[in-house]
Design a binder for this molecule. Sequence first.
Ligand SMILES: Cc1cc2nc3c(=O)[nH]c(=O)nc-3n(C[C@H](O)[C@H](O)[C@H](O)COP(=O)(O)OP(=O)(O)OC[C@H]3O[C@@H](n4cnc5c(N)ncnc54)[C@H](O)[C@@H]3O)c2cc1C
Length: 434
Amino acid sequence: MKSRHYESWGRMFGHDADTISVEDLKFNPKATHGHSVLAYGMGRSYGDVCVNEDGLIVPMQNSRQVLSLDKASGLLTCQAGASFADLLPLIMPTGWFLPVTPGTKFVTLGGAIANDVHGKNHHVSGTFGCHVTRLKLLRTDGTITDCGPQQNTDLFRATIGGLGLTGIITQATIKLVPIKSYYIHAETLKFSNLDQFLELSKDSASYPYTVAWMDLVNTDKDHKGIFFRGRHSEQTHRKDLPNPLPSLGSWANVPVDMPAFLVNPWNMKAFNRLYYHAHRNSAKDVFFDRFFYPLDTVNNWNRIYGKNGFFQFQFVLPFERTDKVKSILGALAKSSLGSFLCVAKTFGEIASPGMLSFPMPGITIALDFPNRPEATRLVKELEQVVSQSGGRIYPAKDSLMSPQTFQSSYNVQEFIRYKDPGTSSNFWQRITSK
Ligand SMILES: Cc1cc2nc3c(=O)[nH]c(=O)nc-3n(C[C@H](O)[C@H](O)[C@H](O)COP(=O)(O)OP(=O)(O)OC[C@H]3O[C@@H](n4cnc5c(N)ncnc54)[C@H](O)[C@@H]3O)c2cc1C
């Protein structure tokens, strides 16, 4: 067993942990000596779903082999520690793309399944779990179960969005989507308030990718923003599908923790104003990396919040509760807290197979906050509004949700039947505490 430091992306949670390898768990499950285990992908979860302070970590970084790629059908099978950044250079030159991708490519296949991640195409493609055709699950008693939409269905449904708590996903098969170009035909449209954002979302139903950014700090009423929509380009570019794929490097790095006082209302206002004015209404083809993963261009950007870290609050509310979304945005604008990043998106009707999956039809908003008592207080108040209005909070991003809110918005009783009793996480301890 080796000890290493593990932390979450928001850096509010971190600990040294002993590790146990997938192989040891498979062949000698007693090697845990009764400690709980939790798989760790790339730690891109903002909150505490990826840490396990009282137990062992199963690091996945050595399990990243691609096992097969059927170039005719687009079925890809690989070990669960393979990251999207590993996979893209392999699949794209063969004319295939990921069916769903979050806003960073530094996530593993196992992490994407365990959080049942969503992308800009939720309204047409559902969650990542909708595209998993098979997975192998290693339980802490050493047994391995094949699961899929038609095989051991309940365990499959519990594992999709199961937060690593049904066991270790060792490998999975996903169905890719065909592409003809590395470019996205991207349109940028400015809007003046939430109603206009909703109209644009409705009018963009034929665009597979939509997302918006909103300025919540330079206003106290209307929330202006920028709507981005796109589709895979059909146009032939001179450099279409060259092999190898051009490098997906980062061009900047935050080498150390920035002083926390730099994250203040003046800087947030200036940043938001600059971001808004740096964009114009436009339509052009952009390289996919820029369209899907703009934040990946700055390595370790999570250090800008200083050593106390930050947290994200992402919720979804049904469309019928748009009034509540407006009152939450209003409360945020009135507080002096602000957020560098406010991302908005509408979720569609496609249901996920996952028991604990987060998305539901409605409006989702994601906000980043520095880890300060006044931000925590406000978010706890907003949590009440979300839970009393039939909404949900996203566990992958969460650091603060109460056990009551989690249990009233997710079907925990059904999930518990499939949980592996040998797994745990800080998140699980928190939301099952009395
Ligand atoms: C910049 C940025 C943008 C993001 N954008 C989005 C977005 O648009 N949509 C979205 O949904 N999310 C988004 N996220 C969140 C991120 O996609 C998820 O948290 C993702 O699950 C992280 O994957 P990971 O491999 O780093 O897993 P980790 O964070 O290491 O782990 C996540 C969970 O998966 C479990 N897990 C990991 N590997 C396995 C395995 N092999 N078997 C069983 N369980 C496993 C862990 O135990 C843990 O519970 C974003 C995060 C960042 C930093």
